[in-house]
Design a protein around this ligand. Structure first.
Ligand code: IPE
Ligand code: IPE
Ligand code: MG
Length: 252
């Protein structure tokens, strides 16, 4: 049986988040410049988005550029930003044809004007699409997001819109820049690194983590299927006992 056929369509993760890592190492392995790895990485993005949409995954969040990535060499940043607008422009038609909605998460205003405008117009154009919600995390870091949330709440308290006691897990969560997106069910990180690198720290509290040695440019639909199958074999307990989870399942 093919991997695809082993996947249980009724137990699909609603939200899959991916730390797409290993472009530089892939390029090095092949004797290319790092930028070539990013270019090849775009092909892996295309395949992954297509496969996720076919599987009926509702949300796919891709970590494309972190706040800390601004520390990289200028030419690499420029290449990444150009690649971003080029790819978004190229894919717009496919997004519309496949009912895919593009969303951005991060300090988007810090992007170069051309990238910001290109991204924004694709976000606007696809805003009515109801299929796969494709979230690009750009100039994103979770600590940035949490600080941003604290600022928004502080401002509401200062203006008298809410009281400090009304800051709860619920209101905090609802104020996050990513408020409209459910917490990920599955996080995939490629390239054999076992860390979170400032990604969705609040939201990952009960996410299932999956690490693969595959370098991002080589990641394909079969790798996505493997991660989902692994996820489907796990028991999510959310702090409860296995017996409680089984009871909940038989009651529903
Ligand atoms: C991930 O690949 C892409 C970005 C962070 C933009 P890297 O560029 O981090 O590749 P490695 O980790 O150096 O191999
Ligand atoms: C994480 O990868 C960020 C993205 C994939 C965009 P990095 O390559 O920047 O992470 P570190 O530096 O290895 O932790
Ligand atoms: Mg890396």
């Amino acid at each position: 049986m093919s991997l695809r056929n082993k996947i249980n369509n009724k137990k699909m993760p609603v939200h899959v988040a991916i730390i797409m890592d290993g472009n530089g190492r892939w390029a090095k392995k092949k004797g290319f410049a790092r930028v070539k790895g990013h270019e090849k990485g775009v092909d892996a993005v295309r395949e992954t988005v297509e496969a996720a949409a076919e599987l009926g995954i509702r949300y796919l969040t891709l970590y494309a550029f972190s706040t800390e990535n601004w520390k990289r060499p200028k030419y690499e940043i420029e290449a990444l930003m150009n690649l971003l607008v080029e790819s978004v422009n190229k894919e717009r038609k496919t997004f519309m044809e496949n009912n895919i909605r593009l969303l951005g998460l991060g300090d988007l205003k810090s992007l170069p004007e051309k990238s910001y405008n290109g991204l924004n117009s694709a976000i606007q154009e696809t805003s009515g699409n109801t299929g796969l919600q494709l979230v690009l995390a750009l100039s994103y870091s979770s600590r940035w997001e949490i600080v941003e949330t604290a600022r928004r709440l502080a401002e509401k308290v200062r203006s008298g819109e809410m009281e400090s006691m009304q800051i709860t897990e619920k209101t905090f969560r609802d104020t996050l820049p990513s408020a409209s997106i459910p917490d990920p069910d599955l996080l995939i990180r490629t390239s054999g690194e076992y860390r979170i690198s400032n990604f969705l720290l609040w939201q990952l509290a009960y996410t299932e983590l999956y690490f693969t040695p595959v370098l991002w440019p080589e990641f394909n639909r079969e790798d996505l299927y493997k991660a989902i199958l692994d996820f489907q074999g796990r028991e999510r307990r959310f702090g409860m006992t296995s017996e409680q989870i089984q009871q909940q399942k038989s009651a529903s």
